[in-house]
Design a protein around this ligand. Sequence first.
Ligand code: CA2
Length: 167
Amino acid sequence: MTATPTPAAPGRAGLAQDDIAMKLLLINGPNLNLLGLREPATYGHATLAEVERAAAAEAARMGAELAPWQSNHEGAIVERIHAAHTEGVAGIVINAGAYTHTSIAIRDALAATALPFVEVHISNVHAREPFRHRSYLSAMAAGIVVGFGVDGYRLAVQGLVRRLSAG
Ligand code: CA2
């Protein structure tokens, strides 16, 4: 008797042709380890661990795999972006925190890897101080999610998986 192979789930976003889950990286920058512990009026009540779990769950729901990572150090973020390139990461969700407004090094790292990325900000940076209005990352981003609180991470994962699945 000839065995009939079980067909792969049809058209599931986030799954590559050979059914290996698309790998995504979530990078959070300086001070975001304090989420849920300080300034809830601006950044909400959810902790970083809760935000990371929700983003990973959204990725899994879409058939992708998300690895969360946070650092307070600019050079470490640059090196994490370099490593993503060699690890087969397909795309990045990044909230670079205050480095968004200052770091040409993080911009250059993203440009060098050429990985699609979505920039996230929990707060509406455009409704805040003028120094938060400039982003060194936005012009290269596949998309930007700003001002939706920590829900922005989930929205960013959705947008990134859809963009990557569209080819
Ligand atoms: O709105 C955002 O997500 C920001 O990227 C957050 C950065 C800020 O510098 C950007 O302008 C906008 C600050 C992250 C600080 O995170 C904290 C979280 C809880 C308590 C204190 C700081």
